[in-house]
Design a protein around this ligand. Structure first.
Ligand SMILES: [Zn+2]
Length: 84
């Protein structure tokens, strides 16, 4: 079962492996690194399809987004779609 949480405008989900993932426009991102107050997120398909999409968040805000996905949205694998 997935656990969802919402922080400001950001939506998160705990994956089956208990990793925190960020949901943006139906795509899933995992935390790449933290630097100061900023968090750098990478598309979960960065290895699978070499997707280069990234998101930078700071606190409750999304600071930057690069949405250059080379694959379909992850909507189908996000189980509880009613929350986003
Ligand atoms: Zn992607």
């Amino acid at each position: 079962m997935c656990k969802f949480s919402v922080l400001g405008f950001l939506r998160f989900v705990w994956s089956e492996k208990s990793n925190l993932q960020l949901i943006v426009d139906g795509f899933l991102f995992h935390l790449d690194k933290k630097c100061g107050s900023q968090q750098f997120w990478q598309c979960i398909y960065c290895e699978k399809t070499k997707c280069r999409a990234r998101v930078i968040t700071s606190g409750e805000k999304m600071e930057k987004r690069r949405s250059l996905h080379n694959h379909q949205p992850h909507s189908k694998i996000i189980k509880n779609e009613s929350l986003w």
